[in-house]
Design a binder for this molecule. Sequence first.
Ligand SMILES: NC(=O)c1ccc[n+]([C@@H]2O[C@H](COP(=O)([O-])OP(=O)(O)OC[C@H]3O[C@@H](n4cnc5c(N)ncnc54)[C@H](OP(=O)(O)O)[C@@H]3O)[C@@H](O)[C@H]2O)c1
Length: 243
Amino acid sequence: MGRDIRGSVALITGASRGIGQAIAETLAADGCDVALVARSEGGLAETAARCREHGVRAECIPGDLSDPASLDAVAHACVEKLGRLDILVNNAGVFAVSKGEEADPNAWDRMLQVNLLSAMRLTHLALPSIVAGGRGAVIMLSSLAGRFTSPGMGAYCASKHGMMGFAGSLFDEVRDQGVKVCAICPGWVNTEMMSGSGVDPTGVIQPQDVADAVRYVATSSENACPVEIQIHPQKSPRRTGAS
Ligand SMILES: NC(=O)c1ccc[n+]([C@@H]2O[C@H](COP(=O)([O-])OP(=O)(O)OC[C@H]3O[C@@H](n4cnc5c(N)ncnc54)[C@H](OP(=O)(O)O)[C@@H]3O)[C@@H](O)[C@H]2O)c1
């Protein structure tokens, strides 16, 4: 039988739009109270309103994950406002293409901070509450770029490969305490992030497909933990002609 997550508290980063918004709504529909993190207060408010339609509590925690100093406040605000933290979804991320010799190394630093280091530090801060609750999960929004490589995507691939290493090690550390750890690895998903990619957004993975994978992990039985889920577009992505 699957784990019942009603009454759990989920903290979702990058919840102002895209995949994070779909994850928040899906967990809310399953009865989780949600804490929503991103910079855009308007986007967070919209997600919170959608979540509350499911009769749960939804709290907005505006924060910039590129600032390591903001992370303690984010984690503490969740427990302060909602009383506990059971499911952490490290979803916030940024994407940019730049080849090694042409890249701005400061932009690499920012990408690694948002995509990888903030996720590691938030996990560190959240684990005591997650372990104490006894029904928790840490879910990383990695990418197929966490398994494969591609020219111009070195920093993004490094951030996502880093997530895979962190998630795998973490699972071995906390599995016996009942904590689920999973890295979800989608290909192209129809969100703002893929605008400008030149790929037809209608033929790729939709945010709800990724949210369904998060639900699957969080509600999987006490006997089993999906530790990595690759999601490929069913059909080969089509180019639109835009770059
Ligand atoms: N779309 C794809 O094709 C695809 C494929 C594989 C994996 N992914 C991964 O899936 C995750 C979600 O991506 P998405 O497609 O939903 O992208 P998106 O639509 O661009 O959303 C990104 C989210 O991250 C938040 N974010 C970005 N920088 C932030 C910062 N400094 N501090 C706090 N929040 C920040 C954004 O909120 P604010 O701007 O309001 O701060 C937004 O809520 C990312 O980790 C991405 O790498 C995406």
